[in-house]
Design a binder for this molecule. Structure first.
Ligand code: MRU
Length: 345
């Protein structure tokens, strides 16, 4: 993800077309910027936060002739529109609030100067993400042994961040260090982020990756093939409950049953200090068509049948061995270990 060379558009790789097609999009219209988040052209908690910051800068350019009051009210309006695109990942609203605060702090400056500062801030958010993911990868690496079998769900790789990834970061780093790993990627129904994106990223990097259907996780664990589960996350509550792609909590239950460590990797920007427990996390509900039709040549269910399509679920902290952030490895009691992170600023 980056700005176009003339700085008038955000450039993204359209993730809905992977792995078959590599198409880069230049997005500049407010409607198409929001649509890219809704339809998962750009996806993954950190990536949508970074994208939204760039998007708000691109939109701000339209209002360069406005007075501060007019400009700020447009920023707030468009920020709310972008924020409403997806509810579960806290990174989206956090980075938008950060951009709004920046604008307010520059109330005395001419509007073009504020716009320049917004561009710099979005770039800073992206660079911080790269550094955070690098540090997460190093902390996670310490938990991986030679010859490990690792299971992962959804996609928490470079595509979901800016570089390195969160859950895939330690795996990619271990591979770079010459460690032999066997990674099992759950396909991740219904939008297949595991099949389409995780296997694509790991296979391209030369990591030994095997695709399984989501309902095969239990047999693979039972067969002794898995030493650790690494997943990403979209929001961490202060008691250590974590929301991630639907199916994650089932893996955590299975991992506990089979005595396998379950690690959640995320930058500290994914921790929501305003959220006490997982019960408070809003779970995104998506269209039935994603279950019934998408990725199939013909619809696989009667057209009128009801579907329930929650996009995320919450893994209770009691099932999580550790939460790995850029500051290190947090363990239970999470109220204490996560609040200590908050105090680092
Ligand atoms: O719906 P998605 O594809 O945006 O869901 C993404 C996930 O659940 C990821 O695991 C999470 O955002 C972490 S990405 C580093």
């Amino acid at each position: 993800m980056c700005l176009s060379s003339d700085g008038t558009a955000v450039v993204i790789l359209d993730q809905t077309l992977l792995p078959g097609e590599t198409t880069f999009l230049e997005l500049r219209e407010p409607g198409e910027l929001r649509e890219a988040i809704v339809s998962l052209r750009v996806r993954g908690a950190p990536a949508i936060g970074i994208f939204a910051a760039y998007a708000l800068y691109i939109i701000a350019r339209r209002y360069s002739a406005e007075s501060f009051e007019g400009f700020n009210s447009q920023i707030v309006k468009h920020s709310e529109l972008l924020d409403s695109a997806r509810p579960t990942a806290v990174n989206l609203s956090k980075q938008l609030r950060r951009m709004e605060r920046l604008v307010l702090s520059l109330a005395e400056s001419p509007t073009p100067k504020i716009i320049d500062a917004m561009r710099e801030e979005a770039g800073r958010i992206q660079r911080e993400d790269i550094e955070m993911c690098k540090a997460i990868s190093e902390h996670g690496l310490a938990l991986i042994g030679e010859g490990f079998g690792i299971m992962t769900h959804c996609n928490a790789g470079p595509l979901a961040t800016s570089q390195y990834g969160t859950a895939l970061g330690p795996i990619l780093l271990a591979h770079e260090h010459g460690m032999a790993l066997k990674v099992y990627s759950c396909e991740t129904r219904p939008l297949l982020q595991g099949a389409r994106l995780t296997t694509y990223e790991l296979y391209k990097a030369g990591v030994d990756v095997t695709l399984i259907c989501d309902n095969m996780a239990s047999i693979v664990m039972k067969e002794g093939k898995i030493n650790a589960v690494f997943v990403g996350c979209d929001r961490v509550a202060m008691n250590g409950d974590t929301a991630n792609k639907v199916g994650t909590s089932g893996l955590a239950v299975l991992a506990k049953h089979y005595g396998i460590p379950f690690y959640v990797c995320c930058p500290s920007s994914t921790i929501d200090s305003a959220c006490g427990t997982g019960v408070e996390i809003e779970i995104e509900l998506r269209e039935p068509q994603e279950i019934k039709e998408m990725f199939f040549e013909k619809p696989v269910a009667p057209s009128g049948v009801k579907c329930y399509n929650p996009s995320f679920d919450v893994t209770e902290s009691s099932l999580i061995t550790a939460i790995i952030t850029e500051h290190g490895v947090c363990k239970a009691p999470y109220e204490q270990s996560l609040s200590r992170l908050g105090k680092r600023g």
